[in-house]
Design a protein around this ligand. Structure first.
Ligand code: CO
Length: 220
């Protein structure tokens, strides 16, 4: 377990900044001039799933939104504004919703655990559990949590695809591809859930195929 103190965070920060500037002089002043990330990442707030580190992306390369259980709901102005800014102004080319196996928010939704206010948020994941209850029941109990983590990421991609922001972007011919992924805390690897949506059309077929793969995915 880390015993990092607040003072140490500042020490680390100064060391990191100095190291970056030594390795690549002008790195920070270059980033100050503009940010042109190609990617937007919607992930879980979980401290074990840091977007930049696990995908090897540097400052300036990925625009990030995180919340408990990587949920995208049309009434969430925070998440939608982040998507809108990244698509309309930063012109990101890929937007990935990245769930993770072992997600506590997803487990709470799966098992109906009472954790407090956050239960109202994970209610969105519970709706996904209810929607896919037959599929989940057909999966061995020890893999149901993993399966719901995958289904949640897949359904959140649908929510992004159906947002007015994406519908408008695709209607004007902008190239933005959506992806659904799931990250493993166990080995640090990302699974591509093959929920890849390149534009308007075909969403239902891609969704059905991705859900089908959740049902048949081999897990150890
Ligand atoms: Co999580």
């Amino acid at each position: 377990m880390s015993t990092t103190s607040i003072e140490q965070l500042f020490v680390h920060n100064r060391e990191w900044a100095a190291q970056v500037e030594r390795d690549r002089p002008g790195f920070f002043t270059g980033l100050m001039a503009q940010q042109k990330p190609k990617y937007m990442w919607i992930g879980c707030s979980d401290s074990r799933v840091p977007a930049n580190q696990i995908s090897g992306l540097e400052p300036g390369e990925v625009f990030v939104h995180r919340n408990v259980a990587n949920v995208v709901v049309p009434s969430d102005l925070n998440c939608l504004s982040t998507i809108q800014y990244s698509v309309d102004h930063l012109k990101v080319e890929h937007l990935m919703v990245v769930g993770h196996y072992g997600c506590g928010g997803v487990l709470a939704a799966l098992e109906g655990l009472r954790l407090g206010l956050v239960d109202n948020w994970t209610r969105h994941v519970r709706d996904i559990r209810d929607k896919h209850i037959k599929l989940l029941d057909s999966i061995s109990p020890q893999y149901r949590h993993d399966a719901l983590c995958e289904l949640n990421a897949i359904e959140q991609v649908v929510n992004v695809a159906q947002s007015t922001v994406m519908q408008d972007a695709w209607a004007r011919g902008q190239k933005v591809t959506l992806h659904g992924w799931c990250y493993s805390l166990k080995n640090g690897l990302i699974t591509n859930l093959e929920m890849t949506v390149p534009g308007v059309g075909g969403l239902e077929e891609v969704h059905a195929a991705a859900v089908e793969k959740v049902a048949s995915r081999k897990r150890d």
